[in-house]
Design a protein around this ligand. Structure first.
Ligand code: TXA
Ligand code: MG
Length: 315
């Protein structure tokens, strides 16, 4: 089994050294745990795809400790200047053009002339990135198609010894992945809803932005593949209650629920609980997971996006 290392300065150094040596390190961010590798090292990046069983056409998010680090690798438009100043560090990734001579592995971009960058807000993540001194590619630290990990124990149970080190900094505060915003075209376009809401981005820009439809035939972002984020059990959405044998995941005033994403009906709390509760209920003593309706606004969009994928026909 992998070693789960509690957050100490020595363990940050240990994890940073492993990253520089081309090893895989699972690390905490405020969204979900990431499966990190040196983003300039093709072999290290390849290990990520291997550990996750990830289709190789799916590009990865690259993590840096500060905006200056991203500027060394990517072209910034005036729009990217504004949005990064407002939302970084934070739960949003921007798809930006690679600079000429960009040292990032081509595998990270899956051959595209762009890459997705993120400066995470969690202090331990930035401490690790600074100690490593290299850009770190990091998808969520789960096997492809499984639920994203919001605790170190989730990573250990899903990836086992496919990862050598798991740096443990407790549960993730946001609980859903970062918003992926494409800044390479004319209109900023949300490729994946996430921790920063469409409403927040539009309020900052003072103009509406576009949202890519999750069309399974031509996913603009491969992360939009419909059957994704799936527990092993079948998932039924907008349920008023459980059918025979089902576990019920409630929201707000739901009664008879095994677990409730937020009794107060708070979407931030619900996002933080989402993956941990799905992990918990994904147990063979039930026949399926019925989930209460979640309002389609603010963080509810990201939650519903993940739930629709969890409920989609398995491919
Ligand atoms: O919160 C998060 O974003 C987590 C933590 C660990 O940072 N990471 C994460 O990474 O979820 P990943 O690799 O699972 O998701 C990357 C998403 C996918 O939807 C992918 O298709 C999209 O970003 N993406 C990455 N690079 C892209 C690019 N160059 N063009 C379009 N989409 C891209
Ligand atoms: Mg993922």
């Amino acid at each position: 089994m992998p070693s789960i290392l509690p957050l100490t300065p020595e363990n940050i150094e240990k994890a940073a050294t492993a990253l520089r040596a081309g090893e895989l390190v699972a690390f905490p961010t405020e969204t979900v745990y990431g499966l990190g590798a040196d983003a300039t090292n093709d072999k290290a990046v390849a290990k990520i795809y291997e550990a996750k069983n990830r289709p190789s056409f799916n590009p990865l998010i690259v993590h840096l400790p500060d905006i200056d680090g991203v500027r060394r690798l990517a072209e910034f438009s005036p729009l990217a200047d504004r949005l990064s100043a407002k939302f970084w560090p934070g739960a949003i990734s921007f798809v930006l053009p690679r600079k000429p001579g960009c040292p990032l592995s081509k595998l990270v971009s899956a051959g595209l002339p762009t890459f997705a960058a993120r400066v995470p807000a969690k202090k331990s993540a930035r401490d690790l990135l600074r100690a490593a001194g290299i850009p770190v590619a990091g998808p969520s630290a789960n096997r492809s198609g499984r639920i994203s990990p919001t605790q170190a124990a989730h990573v250990a149970s899903d990836l086992g010894d496919r990862v050598s080190i798991i740096l443990d900094d407790g549960p993730c505060a946001v609980g859903v992945e970062s918003t992926v915003l494409d800044l390479t075209g004319g209109t900023p376009t949300i490729l994946r809803p996430g921790g920063v809401t469409q409403e927040d981005i539009e309020a900052t820009l003072g103009q509406p932005i576009a949202v890519a439809s999750s069309n399974e035939d031509s996913p603009k972002s491969p992360g939009m593949l419909l059957s994704h984020y799936a527990p092993r059990l079948p998932v039924r959405l907008n349920a008023r209650g459980p059918n025979d044998g089902e576990a019920y995941l409630g929201f707000g005033g739901s009664t008879g629920a095994e677990m409730n994403l937020s009794v107060r009906g708070d979407l931030t709390e619900a996002a933080a609980n989402l993956f941990a509760f799905l992990h918990e209920l994904d147990d063979p003593r039930w026949s399926g997971i019925a989930v209460a309706a979640i309002p389609e606004e603010g963080l509810g969009r990201a939650i519903n996006d993940r739930l629709r994928r969890a409920a989609a026909p398995r491919g």
